[in-house]
Design a protein around this ligand. Structure first.
Ligand code: ADP
Ligand code: MG
Length: 235
């Protein structure tokens, strides 16, 4: 299990401050949700942790190690994107093991992991299909499988359910949460949906204009919103 610490992290795009002095800690094995309206720096925050963007100021630590200047492959962090980012010409199996192949993992180890992960996410019977032959929920499972097969202790998820219809979304919330607990992963999960945040999180970090407005357990935020914005947004 892994801990993530952000120390006064700022990210500028030209004159836009997308992330403004954010400090927080995601404790090992916890499910932390970054919640806030769109355009207020949530995706940028995740991409900074993954190493897909450079930090302008501040530090990022994973298990006490300063990873601020490390490339994504050195951080041992998986990421699930809203768009799924599957390769259309590759089968489910090929999509899932793609990253392992790139890392030149031996075939035997790849097979072992694939069998386990396909079972866990319920794709064992669909390994030959291409993405267009899968439902939205199944595609999302492929994206999840690809993230967890790396066996990283940290998984970052950027609005992974927002392309699914309401009913499916509800089921997938439960699945993701169970998976996270079973594997003991530290998850940072981005959403603009307060119901999703309140139902999934161990800890909610409410983001407003690139800053932390309030953080706490779902119960704390609900019972004691610190500001009018928090009260309105949490409902
Ligand atoms: P959210 O995920 O909360 O919707 P984002 O992190 O995507 O917000 O964006 C936060 C702000 O940063 C927005 O104003 C957005 O336009 C800006 N931004 C994000 N990525 C870039 C980029 N690569 N170049 C310039 N501006 C960006
Ligand atoms: Mg976003």
């Amino acid at each position: 299990m892994s801990e993530i610490v952000l120390e006064k992290v700022t990210k500028r795009f030209g004159r836009v401050k997308a992330v403004d002095g954010v400090s927080f800690r995601a404790q090992p094995g916890k499910f932390v949700v970054l919640l806030g309206p769109s355009g207020w720096g949530k995706s940028t925050l995740l991409r900074l942790v993954a190493g897909l963007e450079d930090v302008s100021e501040g530090r990022i630590l994973i298990d006490g190690r300063d990873v601020t200047r490390l490339t994504p492959d050195k951080r041992r962090v998986s990421m699930v994107f809203q768009s799924y980012a599957l390769f259309p010409h590759l089968s489910t199996e090929e999509n899932i093991v793609f990253g392992l192949k790139v890392r030149r993992m031996p075939e035997e180890e790849r097979r072992k992991r694939l069998a386990k992960v396909a079972e866990v996410v319920g794709l064992a019977d669909l390994l030959d299909r291409k993405p267009q032959q899968l439902s939205g929920g199944q595609r999302q499972r492929v994206a999840l499988a690809r993230a967890i097969i790396a066996e990283n202790d940290i998984c970052l998820m950027d609005e992974p359910l927002s392309n699914l219809d309401a009913q499916l979304r509800h089921g997938m919330r439960v699945e993701i949460r169970e998976l996270q607990q079973r594997l003991g992963m530290t998850v940072v999960y981005v959403t603009h949906d307060q119901v999703e945040a309140m139902s999934m999180a161990d800890r909610v970090v409410l983001i407003r204009e690139g800053r932390i407005e309030q953080e706490g357990s779902p119960e704390e935020l609900y019972a004691r919103p610190a500001t009018l914005f928090a009260a309105r947004f949490i409902g």
